[in-house]
Write a protein that binds this ligand. Structure first.
Ligand code: NAD
Length: 498
């Protein structure tokens, strides 16, 4: 049965039949619904609902706001399986992976429950005679979140709970490819007691995004998506006076030292490169072997594992990798594999023609493995965002570091070794925001902070942890004097706290 996903503004569904786009189940290739695409008028009504809700929501005590977030967390726990099904249906990833990603979102919601403690400022008594000073953190106003297709629950959950716990109101613009999860999240937030207008969803494409990031009443924009768009959002948003954090694409290297345990490395690479069909910004897409012989051993081990990946519909038990998100994305990934062959890389495993029996219409692709890739090849320089791992060989750790550091992206990286000094040197010198030591996907926990370097993040403040709170608040410093007598003085010099 086909369904229509629409906007949710001021606690109401908004019917909108002007423009829409198909929603496809990637496992079957069938169109299963349509999503409305907002125009400027719809965006205006969402921002004005959020603006109207701001006065009373920002004045609501932080503990009361946190209690609503706490109820929301409990509802997310209760509905995790239902949300995972929605994700698998529209994105394609396996149910267990979908559940795991929602849990990583819930972890941030749990952290946000402690927001009153983070929002309290600092107090300095007697900075001068009878003078005290204190800081307070205040919300910004209407904040906007624009999210990618690959984490329809997790990334929205990294944004709006933090923003609204700080006292802001929010407009979320989820990916048009898998829009249903966002609507379920706002329904649960309403059930948790969130007042109407505090959290709104507009569905849409670049027309909605353009209207949001230039809207005069929007104060801050959190964006996650591809680098080209992230950079545009950052430039346009900041030019319109907004605070912007724009998280972009990635090419994550895993450096394997000669002393690493190859069995462990192979397991780690298979999960990190092919999990979620490689559609993760923290997926490992480049394995860099150090030394003369390691590359051959690793490629041999990887080959047999990649050839036997269990691929099929994400809801099927035992499946390790689901389909790609869309036919268009499938073509894009395939074109990179074609390109790699043209560029002279050795295609050790070719996943292009793989179709699981009985599911031929889905957007499935087998795992692919390239060897003998060089730094000048486009399959190395560009993000493929699919189940394609490339292997490169370098003579020593210094060359591995140089390779990683010269890449334009700097989201995540990992090193596998038993050598503490090599690991320490790598962690210290690498120009990447999130580093794993014998950990292939080092996504930080909710109370740390998430963010890449170089062209993987435009803006200065990360998501999660105290950085998230800083992004969604501004600080005010108050200096106060309560004079004991009515004596007044005129001071023409700048006060120097005597
Ligand atoms: P995308 O850039 O195509 O879309 C992201 C969002 O931007 C969507 O909401 C989309 O509607 C909107 N958008 C698309 N084109 C636009 C345009 N021309 N103008 C304005 N808005 C536009 O990204 P995607 O394909 O949905 O997601 C995959 C990308 O996201 C990958 O590059 C991946 O690395 C990146 N990503 C990064 C992180 C991170 O934390 N750095 C996390 C997840 C995904």
């Amino acid at each position: 049965m086909s369904y229509h996903v629409t906007h949710y503004i001021n606690g109401q569904y908004v019917l909108d039949n002007k423009r829409s786009q198909d929603i496809t189940n990637p496992a079957t290739g069938n169109v299963i619904g349509q999503v409305a695409l907002a125009d400027k008028l719809t965006v205006d009504s969402a921002v004005s609902a959020a603006s109207a809700a701001f006065a009373s929501w920002s004045a609501t005590p932080a503990t009361r706001r946190a209690r609503i977030i706490f109820q929301f967390k409990a509802l997310l726990d209760k509905h995790i399986d239902e949300l995972a099904k929605l994700i698998t249906q529209e994105h394609g990833k396996t149910l267990s992976d979908a559940r795991g990603s929602i849990q990583r979102g819930i972890d941030v919601v749990e952290f946000v429950c402690g927001m009153p403690n983070l929002l309290k400022g600092g107090y300095a008594e007697d900075i001068a005679t009878d003078v005290d000073s204190y800081t307070i953190r205040q919300p910004l106003g209407v904040c906007v979140g624009i999210t990618p297709f690959n984490f329809p629950a997790m990334i929205p959950l990294w944004m709006f709970p933090m923003a609204i716990a700080c006292g802001n109101t929010f407009v979320l613009k989820p990916s048009e490819r898998d829009p249903s999860c966002a609507i379920r999240l706002v329904e649960l937030a309403k059930e948790a007691g969130l007042p109407d207008g505090v959290l709104n969803v507009v569905q849409g494409d670049k027309e909605a995004v353009g209207a949001l990031i230039t809207h005069p009443d929007v104060k801050a924009v959190s964006f996650v998506g591809s680098t080209v768009i992230a950079e545009q959002i950052y430039k346009t948003g900041t030019a319109h006076g907004k605070r912007v954090q724009a998280f972009g694409g990635a090419k994550n290297h895993c450096v394997i030292m000669p002393d690493a345990d190859l069995e462990q490395v192979t397991d780690a690479l298979i999960g990190a490169a092919y999990g979620s069909a490689g559609e993760r910004c923290m997926a490992i897409s480049v394995a860099v072997t150090v030394g003369e012989t390691l590359g051959d051993h690793l490629v041999k081990k990887l080959k047999s594992r990649v050839e036997t990946l269990k691929i099929g519909p994400g809801e099927m038990n035992g499946v390790e990798m689901g389909p790609l998100v869309s036919a268009e994305h499938w073509e894009r990934v395939k074109s990179y594999i074609d390109l790699g062959i043209k560029e002279g890389a050795e295609l050790v495993v070719d996943g292009r023609d793989y179709k699981p029996q009985g599911h031929e219409k889905g957007f499935y692709m087998g795992g692919s493995l390239f060897d003998k890739v060089t730094p000048s090849m486009r399959i190395y320089k560009e993000e493929i965002f699919g189940p394609v791992l490339i292997v490169m060989r370098v003579p020593d750790l210094a060359s591995a570091l140089k390779l990683v550091n010269e890449h334009e992206y700097g989201n995540g990286t990992a090193i596998f070794t038993h050598d503490g000094l090599a690991a320490r040197t790598f962690a210290s010198k690498v120009q990447v925001g999130m580093v794993g030591i014998n950990v292939p996907i080092p996504v930080p926990v909710a109370y740390q902070t998430f963010g890449g370097w170089k062209r993987s993040l435009f803006g200065d403040i990360n998501m999660q942890g105290t950085d998230g709170m800083q992004f969604y608040t501004k600080i005010k410093t108050v200096t106060q004097r309560w004079p004991k007598d009515s004596k007044t003085i005129v001071e023409f010099t700048l006060p120097t706290m005597k």
